[in-house]
Design a protein around this ligand. Structure first.
Ligand SMILES: Cc1cc2nc3c(=O)[nH]c(=O)nc-3n(C[C@H](O)[C@H](O)[C@H](O)COP(=O)(O)OP(=O)(O)OC[C@H]3O[C@@H](n4cnc5c(N)ncnc54)[C@H](O)[C@@H]3O)c2cc1C
Length: 503
């Protein structure tokens, strides 16, 4: 089969990129290894309830905001079923034994005013925080739907530590902990996380915060539908195993079924490490391969997806994040005994019983090394019984350890649980195809910003990268990455202007 562009992987970055290029008149084909399209956008059903795998909430979707404009340009905005979450507290932050749930609110002024109620002496710090967040976002033109920023501007902004910046704003340790209390959103690590990673993500939620009613897979479904309208193709159960070169260029992608897909250009929406393993093209120099192969990944996760008894737990239109006092920036260095040092709780509203939650997801961090005993098992179905009884026992022990922590803050949860299902780093590894089930691709490092920021281009003229491993992760980050790669591949800079003007 012969195409203009082959895209490997149907994560949101790949789907956005495919749509833009198909709109530009290219004959595009997306190859996806799984049955369900969307990567982290995938949902799964348990006890007739829909659970998300990697979309609990999304920012920037109010009219005129960045993600709203991209989705409007792509023609999917009016197909999405959204619920705006609590404007006065999209997130509630709990620090250690303190019983207060500190709000992070939508709207920059509202963000300040809501926290001033708890920190009346800290107006200067709160205003300065919002100012720094805005300045950091301004240094990343793509975030503002521009592409004319200088590398120097971005490098300077990426060299600033999130921990140090927040600590410099105020001596109030509680306020520091509240401002960064949802840092599992970017796998916060005090020794590495740049302030811009914090700023780009939190700013999009401050601008506006949304949940997808019936799950985030609707984004994938809408993008697949649009892609087909533009004449693009998308194929499931096509795992790319090799990228075969002829001369300097990649000539075709071969899949595990032995099929060959020829194209002029190839875009990889999967881990760059796996991408490089698929080709021995000599233009990918050893120094480039070594650099990519040695980049650290973000930590992985463990989650519990809970089916609730009806009408037992009130629905909260916000997410709750807990961390143990003093471990805000070091929660990934937990021990077997003190895990979990942090967790997030996400509620899904019941349609049948308004005011109540029908399900809850609890998310914590987990290092891949914990599941190494079962690393040679493989399973893409989420029905993980095949990994063995000791694995199931491990999952149950971890679930209980996490639940016991959560019950301390949500005592009513214990009796409300009907059933629960757990997800480990191995689940994500096999589901998404990453090496270690990492949550957000490569970990960024303020000490070495250039090393951890990848270009859409590789050494091979017709091989490009897209998705969360590049500039920024998250639905917004991977979408913007898809936009950037499409602009690079098409050579048409005016796409960004069209997106900016989409309303
Ligand atoms: C637990 C968790 C919670 C999250 N919560 C949120 C949230 O609330 N809000 C938010 O904005 N972001 C969230 N994220 C992050 C967000 O989901 C991701 O950053 C984003 O979806 C990544 O998109 P991507 O384009 O990089 O592709 P991915 O989602 O990584 O998809 C890659 C695709 O490539 C396919 N693939 C892999 N190998 C091959 C191959 N060889 N051949 C063919 N196909 C292949 C995979 O099957 C997959 O479909 C969360 C992530 C996790 C893990």
């Amino acid at each position: 089969m012969n195409f203009d562009v082959i895209i490997i992987g149907s994560g949101i970055g790949g789907l956005v990129c495919a749509n833009i290029l198909a709109r530009e008149g290219k004959r595009v084909c997306v190859l996806e290894k799984n049955k369900q399209f969307g990567g982290n956008l995938q949902t799964f059903v348990r006890d007739k309830l829909i659970f998300d795998s990697g979309v609990h909430y999304v920012g920037g979707l109010d009219k005129g905001q960045n993600l709203y404009k991209v989705f409007t340009y792509l023609g999917i905005m009016d197909q999405l079923h959204l619920e705006r979450i609590d404007t006065n507290s999209f997130d509630g932050i709990i620090v250690g034994d303190d019983e207060t749930v500190y709000p992070q609110a939508q709207g920059h002024e509202n963000f300040i005013q809501q926290l001033l109620q708890y920190f009346p002496e800290e107006e200067t710090a709160l205003r300065s925080y919002c100012q720094k967040v805005k300045e950091s976002c301004a240094a990343f033109p793509l975030y503002n739907l521009q592409i004319d920023g200088t590398l120097e501007q971005k490098t300077i902004a990426s060299s600033i530590s999130a921990k140090q910046t927040i600590e410099a704003l105020t001596d109030d340790k509680k306020l520091q902990a509240v401002l960064a209390g949802n840092n599992i959103l970017y796998a916060g690590d005090g020794a590495a996380t740049p302030f811009h990673v914090h700023a780009l993500i939190i700013n999009s939620y401050i601008e506006s915060s949304w949940k997808f009613i019936h799950g985030g897979s609707q984004i994938a479904k809408a993008l697949v539908k649009q892609l087909r309208l533009y004449g693009g193709e998308i194929l499931r159960h096509q795992k790319v195993t090799q990228l075969i070169s002829e001369g300097d260029n990649i000539a075709y992608a071969e899949t595990s079924t032995g099929e060959k897909f020829y194209a002029q250009q190839f875009i990889s929406n999967i881990s760059p490490v796996h991408t490089l393993q698929m080709t021995d093209n000599p233009l990918l120099k050893k120094i480039y391969r070594n650099r990519i192969n040695n980049l650290p990944n973000t930590v992985s996760s463990f989650s519990i997806n809970i089916v609730l008894h009806p009408q037992t737990l009130p629905y909260q239109s916000k997410n709750i994040y807990y961390h143990k006092e003093g471990y805000l920036w070091s929660a990934n260095s937990y021990t077997a005994e003190d895990w979990p040092l942090l967790y997030g709780v996400f509620f899904t509203a019941s349609n049948q019983y308004p005011g109540y939650a029908e399900s809850v997801t609890i998310l914590s961090n987990m290092r891949y090394e914990e599941v190494l005993p079962w690393a040679d098992t493989f399973n893409t179905t989420l029905q993980e019984t095949e990994r063995g009884a000791d694995y199931l026992a491990f999952k149950e022990q971890k679930a209980q350890q996490l639940l016991q922590q959560v019950y301390k803050k949500f005592p009513q949860l214990e009796a409300a649980i009907k059933k629960y299902y757990t997800i480990t780093p191995l689940t994500y590894r096999d589901y998404i195809g990453s090496a270690d089930g990492n949550m957000y691709g490569f970990a960024k490092d303020f000490e070495n910003p250039l090393k951890t920021t990848l270009s859409t281009k590789t050494g091979v003229p017709n091989l490009f990268l897209t998705g969360q491993y590049l500039n920024m992760h998250g639905i917004l980050g991977a979408t913007l990455s898809g936009v950037l790669t499409a602009i690079t591949v098409s050579g048409n800079d005016s796409i960004i202007e069209e997106i900016r003007n989409a309303d």
